[in-house]
Design a protein. Structure first.
Lengths: 309, 298
């Protein structure tokens, strides 16, 4: 662990020198993390109990208002709608995105020609900016004769068509889910791919000797071996789902009638749009507690696994 | 070889061929799903006639470059917006964030992995804990903070500047963790030998650790560069004009401008996407490895 070798002639002063250098090397990162992460984090908690505004109003000095922000949240329909939408997103997108990612990973992990080519294509959307993705898909969702409507019209022989995707309160959020999966699934595919490549091949050889068919191999070897990868993918996708912002900001700004509102969008619209920093901070605290809970669940699951081993 | 085994072998290879064909069909269908919006974007961007862009979008013509082709939409973008300025801003912010991030994060990670000092375990614990705190949770208080921070030359706010988009993202707990994990797995022999030869720690870091650690530097650089290039929420909050605005926010503003000309929008979108796609295609293996390393070992 230490660089100093046993029997090294370096005196004690060398050791202090080492500690000094260590803190010197660490100082820039520590200072930056404190100023731009720890301090604002503490500010979020403190401000959550005040009516702080972004631009101070001299006639209305900032006051401590106790839990009023939090009690207001409980009856704030837009906030509740946003929170509910985040859970809706998790319930629908996480299972679909995780299984699609696994399917893609298994497909490109085959020993066939051209797999790199397909992997590149599936991963492509990941490097595309979400703002670009949101705008291109807005075009695709065009209500008059957009490509998605035209496609549905063709496959349904004219039964479906001219849907106003982004203006319909029931369809707007599912429409956003589709492009979110499209953009994000390549990321999880690569993580699954790494997981697949770590599975020792003799497990499959043993399975084959025992007469297990491909499906049995998948359910009794692949899935159990990917347990930790799956936990990681599910948890990180869940956390990403709670951070949902870019695409809703660009495409709908939460509309129509808050149908596509999300927690993060509401935080930013309150804190930056309406300058209500105190209120936005209170929502940030709730948001953080959710993320914290999800992360703790992940650590719990992973620790259990280690104990079993 | 008997006739029976021969036919079964032929049957087997037949079966295999059918299965491979099916696999390729499924993979091709998926490839179309992942490609069509991007192809649609590029093809629409080079169609000079907006009426044609609109009439083509409901059929397969949307994917075929036809009619009056050229770069009118692209020149329009430069005419309607300071695209060059936006591109310069995004590039500058990305380069400075990534380069300073590599230095700052690798130095602390090196200390944590190699040097002996009091409070080391505590510091490591804090870094790991900080990985849970998402930037999104501190965005609004940070906005309040940077709104009133002074800067050289007498500025009293950080709004509308480059540094407000760089400095908060230089130190990154997750990058530190990635570096740390890599450094503790490097054999110590070389460094110890250099130490015996009387080399200083900074020289050891520069001449031995850095050259050995190219893969992790590439990984962190790619992850940070992508995050910086695509960052949207924070620059939206801290830039009010075009001076320090990056491409993403410029694109959103352009999207909101009347008249909404889809050909122009697709040209703008293509110009944001092309540089990243080129870099991605060149360093594909590195990109995939970077993403894979964010996962945990199964």
């Amino acid at each position: 662990m230490a660089v100093t070798l046993p029997g090294n002639k370096r005196p004690i002063s060398g050791r202090t020198n080492e500690a000094f250098l260590a803190w010197l090397f660490s100082a820039p990162a520590i200072i930056l993390l404190i100023v731009f992460l720890v301090v604002p984090f503490i500010m979020a908690i403190v401000l959550g109990f005040t009516n702080q505004r972004l631009v101070p109003n001299l006639n209305l000095p900032t006051q401590i208002i106790g839990f009023r922000n939090f009690t207001r949240l409980i009856s704030d329909e837009a906030f509740l709608r946003g929170l509910l939408n985040n859970f809706y997103f998790v319930i629908v997108v996480v299972p679909i995105q995780t299984s699609l990612a696994l399917l893609l990973a298994i497909l490109v992990n085959q020993k066939l020609r051209g797999m790199n080519f397909f992997r590149t294509i599936y991963f492509g959307p990941v490097v595309t900016s979400m703002v670009v993705v949101a705008i291109v898909w807005t075009f695709l969702y065009n209500p008059d004769a957009g490509m998605i409507n035209a496609f549905l019209k063709t496959v349904s022989f004219g039964a479906i068509g001219n849907i106003n995707w982004l203006k319909d309160t029931r369809l707007v959020f599912p429409a956003i889910m589709v492009l979110s999966i499209w953009q994000g699934v390549g990321f999880q595919m690569v993580i699954y791919l790494a997981g697949l490549q770590e599975i020792p091949s003799d497990l499959y050889e043993a399975g084959e000797v025992d007469g297990a068919n491909k499906f049995q191999q998948f359910f009794y070897i692949t899935l159990p071996q990917l347990r930790n990868t799956t936990i990681f993918v599910v948890i990180s996708t869940t956390i990403l789902a709670f951070k949902l912002f870019d695409q809703v900001k660009v495409m709908t700004d939460g509309g129509p009638q808050n149908a596509s509102m999300t927690t993060m969008l509401y935080v930013i619209n309150q804190g930056w749009g309406q300058l209500k920093v105190g209120y936005a901070a209170a929502i940030s605290v709730v948001f953080f507690l959710i993320v914290l809970m999800v992360s703790l669940i992940q650590r719990r699951f992973l620790r259990e696994e280690r104990q079993v081993q | 070889m008997t006739a029976a085994t021969k036919t079964s072998r032929i049957g087997f290879s037949m079966q295999k061929r059918i299965r491979n064909t099916l696999t390729y069909l499924v993979m091709a269908a998926l490839a179309i799903f992942f490609l069509f919006p991007i192809v649609f974007m590029f093809v629409s961007s080079i169609k000079n006639n907006e009426t044609q862009v609109m009439s083509d979008m409901s059929s397969l013509y949307a994917f075929i470059p036809r009619g009056d082709l050229g770069f009118v939409n692209f020149t329009d973008v430069f005419g309607r917006m300071e695209f060059g300025k936006l591109l310069f801003n995004s590039t500058l912010i990305m380069l400075v964030t990534v380069l300073s991030g590599l230095l700052v994060n690798s130095l602390i990670a090196y200390s944590l992995a190699r040097l002996r000092f009091k409070g080391r375990n505590f510091l490591l614990g804090v870094i790991v804990a900080l990985m849970i705190v998402p930037f999104e949770a501190v965005a609004v208080p940070l906005l309040l903070l940077v709104n009133h921070l002074p800067w050289f030359g007498g500025a009293t706010t950080w709004l509308d500047s480059y540094h407000v988009q760089i400095i908060p993202f230089v130190a990154d707990a997750f990058s530190i963790f990635l570096f740390y994990q890599f450094f503790i797995n490097i054999p110590k022999d070389l460094e110890e030998a250099a130490l015996v030869d009387g080399a200083g720690l900074l020289r050891i870091y520069w001449n031995i650790v850095l050259p050995l650690s190219r893969p992790i530097f590439a990984t962190v650089a790619i992850l940070q560069a992508l995050a910086s290039w695509n960052r949207f929420m924070w620059p939206l909050m801290v830039t009010r004009g075009v001076d320090a605005r990056p491409l993403t926010v410029g694109m959103q503003t352009f999207f909101g401008q009347d008249p909404r000309i889809w050909g122009d929008l697709m040209a703008f979108a293509s110009m944001i996407t092309i540089p990243v796609l080129i870099v991605f295609l060149l360093f594909q293996k590195w990109f995939v490895q970077s993403v894979a390393s964010t996962g945990i070992k199964g």
